[in-house]
Design a protein around this ligand. Sequence first.
Ligand code: TZP
Ligand code: MG
Length: 197
Amino acid sequence: MITDRRLKSEIESVREALEGGATSIQLRIKNAPTGEMIKIGKEIRELTKEYDALYFVDDRLDVALATDADGVQLGPEDMPISLAKEIGPNLIIGASVYSLEEALKAEKEGADYLGAGSVFPTPTKRDVKVIGLEGLKRIVESVKIPVVAIGGINHKNARDVLKTGVDGIAIISAIMGAEDVKRATEEMRKIIEEVLR
Ligand code: TZP
Ligand code: MG
């Protein structure tokens, strides 16, 4: 699950998602003071440890390092992947990619995994490019590193997304926006286990 404070506060929903079986949490906060991000990140680090889950930070290598994250996910406008690998040699470096070209470039630069999307249109990120299931499949078939699909994924379309051969799915609103975050996560876990079994 990826956090979005426009939907719910981070800590409470992260705990619920972890209880529901989320295997990885990404802290995604746009436009908050760095000190506040670090405070929340440290709490998420502790929670994810408790539940044996991974903890990532969106965009911000400094926050990832300061909060002992497992990794950071960098977009085309963030720190270059090669430089991030130098500064944080122990971090898992993910790349947010929005096309096959960007996917191939990020793999070449040494990304450990790709966050590829947006698979479907989504109100969470309105200006994003939509690659569709076809675009996602092309990326999965063209790279050797793991691909995590993102964008508009919900309980209805998750099966189709998983069948493209992705290694994971990243979700904001279908979980964070649910009335019962724990239950929404449990239901998503069931779908994932059903398809990947
Ligand atoms: N990057 C591509 S689409 C997206 C991001 C951050 C938003 C995903 O949110 P949701 O609510 O799961 O569609
Ligand atoms: Mg980002």
